[in-house]
Design a protein around this ligand. Structure first.
Ligand SMILES: [Zn+2]
Length: 323
């Protein structure tokens, strides 16, 4: 059966999804290492064509101008609307764009992007020029270190806020209670116990602040990360798990700096026992008890981001990967 027939057989909703795909940036796939080849060798032989690998190639092509062999027109629209990737089958449209990229960039024009081949290296360099040495092993760690000052600034602000909060409770001074109410739900604690509870929050933030250092961050491959317990499911951005360090994979590269800083705080809090409790937003988060909040790896970054200007509940993190 031809690929075109496969595509024609897709249901209407799949087709709609396929047509919608390019408008959603496949950020999870940005700069991701390929696990197998993508394309149709010399227009004849389908290669491995795993769906995530096809998406990674499409994501890279979407960021490269048409004149350089990519899929982005001068008016910022996409030249080719990608069909939904099918496992094991590269669509004719993707094959043609790969071939076009190879011809324009004078790499071997065999219609296949190999994991360690020149075509993919070229695509990564052109698609993500702002990311230094993207394909190098250490790039995720460098990206984490770049976000460290921001993460530490937030944590320091959280510590400052907490001591001011305790002082304000003791002296009865007016104070902005919104951040600590929003994330730690202090209204559920009897007034007399609030200074003590707030001081219990100070301890983990101090531990996190000390832990956020370059020597505690390690770059690992996606494959290595997939073998271990980790955060954020398949995105494999970072984890702390049972190891002694914060692990960052190539998926971490290219995330916004606020997102990266939030992830680092999240991972560091795991190191001191915080878990995935009540999610990072939603009803469960809003209705958590203070005791749950103080053991939640989501609460630590959310609160710390909230107590720096402009004092807005922003919730950076992988739910907002670009910022
Ligand atoms: Zn986590």
């Amino acid at each position: 059966m031809s690929m075109q027939e496969d595509y024609e057989r897709m249901s209407r909703s799949d087709r709609r999804e396929a047509e919608r795909l390019p408008s959603v940036e496949p950020v999870n796939y940005r700069g991701k290492a390929l696990r197998g080849p993508v394309g149709i060798r010399y227009g004849k032989t389908q290669v491995k064509n795993a769906i995530p690998d096809q998406n990674a190639v499409m994501a890279a092509l979407n960021l490269i101008p048409v004149e350089n062999g990519g899929n982005r027109k001068p008016d910022d629209a996409l030249q080719t609307w990608w069909p939904l990737a099918i496992e094991g089958k590269c669509h004719q449209l993707l094959y043609e764009r790969i071939l076009q990229f190879q011809k324009i960039n004078k790499t071997t024009a065999d219609g296949v992007v190999d994991p360690n081949g020149g075509a993919y290296q070229g695509m990564l360099r052109m698609a993500y020029p702002s990311i230094p040495r993207l394909v190098e092993k250490n790039a995720p760690r460098e990206q984490a270190i770049e976000a460290l000052p921001k993460a530490k600034g937030w944590v320091a602000a959280a510590l400052g806020y907490l001591s001011q909060y305790i002082a304000a409770l003791t002296t009865g001074t007016a104070f902005n209670h919104i951040p600590i109410e929003t994330h730690f739900h202090m209204a559920k604690i009897p007034a007399a116990d609030r200074p003590t509870f707030a001081s219990r929050i100070i301890t983990p933030y101090f531990q996190i602040l000390r832990f956020l250092a370059p020597e505690n961050i390690e770059a690992v491959s996606v494959d290595d990360l997939l073998k271990r317990s980790r955060c954020f499911g398949d995105t494999a951005a970072a984890f702390c798990g049972t190891t002694t360090k914060i692990m960052v994979s190539p998926t971490f590269v290219g995330l916004g700096i606020n997102c990266r800083a939030a992830i680092l705080i999240h991972e560091a809090s795991h190191h001191f026992g915080a878990g995935h409790i009540n999610g990072e937003r939603g009803a469960a988060y809003d209705n958590a008890t203070p005791q749950q909040a103080i053991t939640s790896a989501y609460v630590f970054p959310n609160f710390a981001e909230h107590v720096v200007p402009p004092y807005v509940d922003q919730r950076f993190g992988l739910a907002r990967p670009k910022v």
